[in-house]
Design a protein around this ligand. Structure first.
Ligand code: RIB
Ligand code: CA
Length: 316
């Protein structure tokens, strides 16, 4: 099987945590490293969470701490603790990990990994795209080594989740997103149009909890906060796993309706953070416009059982 090299750029974050476990379970992914960015919590908390997950599950990946402010240097005033908890992982009270982040920054790691690799590298970005924009800015030569940026973020035909127009990852750093869109690097955008169509129900969560041993216990622990948030919005059964759905889109594009065209991001005014997509055959951006939720749940469940399942006689 062909394995391709991937950098995971993330702001863990509850759905980011699930995506990291899923990436570890994907045999075709050769994960080069985890780069962290501020977003669901401060950069220190997001980095600690990535290290915690790696330590708890024995994941052998380096963690590279990235941006704590936006591409233009703006600080965050309010982290979304009502969604992800004050610590970014649902305020379960996990003990601090003993592992430390690597000595170089996320942007420097992206530059180094791209330059040193003989094959093109893919980046899965499930937070603000600040680290990638910085890497492209300090080393424009690496753009030719990036096969594609797959990103969770944006909304095209549905409302945003921060404003009517804007989704959280894009709203948090629109200039970084537009910097990526303006580069010549191919992008696959997996935004709310697709991720909201793949939701996990309480019954499905219970299956994971029962079958996946410590990974199931961990997902159950961190999801309690998330479930409460969705319940407060009137959604009592089912929650999206945005970042894991973007990871699935890399490997199973046929489970999505994907259109080609050109993406830009609005950086000023009331629509700041809006992603604008102009469909055009042959455009070097792609957008997932919908997703087959039932099939994706089957894929997710099968991969997670194969990696973390405690009863090997049980197939899904
Ligand atoms: O809008 C959903 C996205 O924002 C997800 O990536 C979530 O983790 C947060 O970063
Ligand atoms: Ca995220």
């Amino acid at each position: 099987m062909d394995r391709y090299k991937l950098i995971f750029d993330t702001d863990p974050g509850i759905d980011d945590a699930v995506a990291l476990l899923l990436l570890h379970a994907m045999p075709s992914v050769d994960l080069q490293g985890i780069t962290t960015v501020f977003g669901n919590a401060s950069i220190e908390d997001c980095t600690r969470n990535a290290l915690y997950i790696c330590e708890r599950f024995g994941l052998p990946y380096g963690v590279f701490q990235g941006a704590g402010v936006s591409f233009l240097g703006a600080e965050e005033e309010d982290y979304p603790d009502f969604v992800h908890g004050r610590d970014g992982l649902g305020d379960v009270g996990f003990s601090p990990p003993s592992r430390l982040p690597a000595k170089i920054s996320a942007a420097d790691f992206i530059v180094q990994a791209a330059r040193m690799s003989s094959d093109p590298i893919e980046i899965l970005a499930v937070g603000r795209m600040t680290n990638i924009a910085r890497a492209f800015e300090i080393a424009p030569d690496i753009k030719s080594k990036i096969r594609r940026v797959v990103m969770m973020g944006g909304a095209v035909g549905v409302a945003g989740n921060v404003t009517e127009w804007a989704e959280a990852n894009i709203y948090g750093d629109p200039e970084a997103a537009d910097h990526i869109f303006m580069s010549d690097v191919p992008v696959l955008m997996v935004g709310l149009d697709a991720t909201l169509m793949h939701q996990i129900s309480r019954t499905q969560l219970a299956t994971l909890t029962d079958d996946l041993g410590d990974a199931g216990e961990f997902i159950w622990q961190i999801k309690q906060h998330y479930l409460n948030f969705y319940a407060s919005k009137g959604v009592f059964d089912g929650f999206p796993i945005h970042d894991a759905t973007a990871a699935l889109a890399m490997i199973f594009p046929d489970d999505f309706e994907i259109a080609e065209g050109d993406l830009r991001c609005v950086t000023a005014g009331d629509q700041r953070g809006r992603t604008i997509f102009s469909e055009r055959h042959g455009g070097h951006h792609q957008v997932a416009l919908s997703a087959q939720g039932t099939t994706l749940w089957r894929r997710f469940n099968a991969l997670m059982h194969a990696q973390f399942g405690v009863d090997s006689s049980k197939t899904v």
